[in-house]
Design a protein around this ligand. Sequence first.
Ligand SMILES: Nc1ncnc2c1ncn2[C@@H]1O[C@H](COP(=O)(O)OP(=O)(O)OP(=O)(O)O)[C@@H](O)[C@H]1O
Ligand SMILES: [Mg+2]
Length: 389
Amino acid sequence: MTRTTGYYQTAHFGEEAVRAFVPHPLPPERPPLVLEGPLLALHTESMAALARLGVAGTMVPDADWFLYGFVRKEAVITSQIEGTQATLQDVLTFEATNSTENPDDVLEVCNYLDALNHARREIRSSSGLPLTMRLLKKCHQRLMRGMRGVEKRPGEIRTSQNWIGGTRPGNALFVPPPAGLVPEALASLERWIHGADPLPPLARAGLAHVQFETIHPFLDGNGRIGRLLITLLVEHWKLLPSPLLYLSLAFKRHQTEYYRRLSAVRAEGDWEGWTAFFLECVREAADDGVATARSLFSLVEKDRTRLLAKRGATVPAIRLFQALPRQPVVTLATVIQSLKTTKPTAAKAIASLVDAKILRETTGRKRDRIYAYHGYLRLLTGDEKMNRA
Ligand SMILES: Nc1ncnc2c1ncn2[C@@H]1O[C@H](COP(=O)(O)OP(=O)(O)OP(=O)(O)O)[C@@H](O)[C@H]1O
Ligand SMILES: [Mg+2]
């Protein structure tokens, strides 16, 4: 399939003239993108996987804690595509203690969480911003808050030429549109998102992502905001009852293909190839989500049974256990607070969960100890090898 998905325009970068790519507005045309044959079958399978994920999300004991873990895992991984080294445990430890040994990387992940939560709140609230480029700019502002290094212009659309790969536009893999054309390109993407299009919404979410990456409106953080856009569209178009689909792990596992498919849309007009790749990633992510939900569910059931069978299982210990999925890393101070109890009672509750091999001390210190529900964290970061890669 060949079609033209944009045109090149000469842009100037210092002395150098470069060919910047300006994408045609969506939808794909001449020919239009049609889901048929294997692509249609793939779409059906991905939607079925999403439906299973939706059900899995309602079957867990507390849908909120399931979401809590998933969202944090996504935040860690979407940031790791960029090279951030924070792990899920680092982030949860920071949330419990307000201190971390890895401040820059943890900040990046917390910023992503903040941006996601902000966007979801705005979209849900009647007085908030709808899913617009203005909202994505607000998200970008939160994503980049306090980041060090080169000027990243938080919340601002770029006013200069950028590029992907290479050391300057002249030797880059890809030169996005000249800055002057970015506002119109974004406006047209927004119109398409809110307009009518016969393509199924899941496929449209994939197209929107590519278009966003091709426009590359920010100086940095385009990958993270573009992946956030997918999450928000899936919620906006009600493809899932709760936002449980997170594609970053699949994109990270298939990073070379992810970049290659993005390029092929521009270079070969291959929307079909992108859509197939995207739908495969959706299916993979949804299947992963279902498997994780199942294993979390059975872990918590198994641990609960074991705890209740123990003679020393006091009421505070059981209450602490019930709170763990939502706060899987704790300290004496957080337990005193969450159980609204005294220091000795909190310490005993922790000790009894340590004894039941549910909590594990992570610091090896005598003071300021930190305890993690390690079985739960291990399941949530099943891909730990990759997470650290
Ligand atoms: N060949 C390409 N064509 C279009 N977009 C691309 C290409 N290669 C990578 N990208 C997109 O650009 C993103 C990187 O851009 P940028 O550094 O602004 O985002 P980021 O969020 O800081 O980084 P990352 O996505 O690497 O974490 C990639 O995640 C991907 O979505
Ligand atoms: Mg970057």
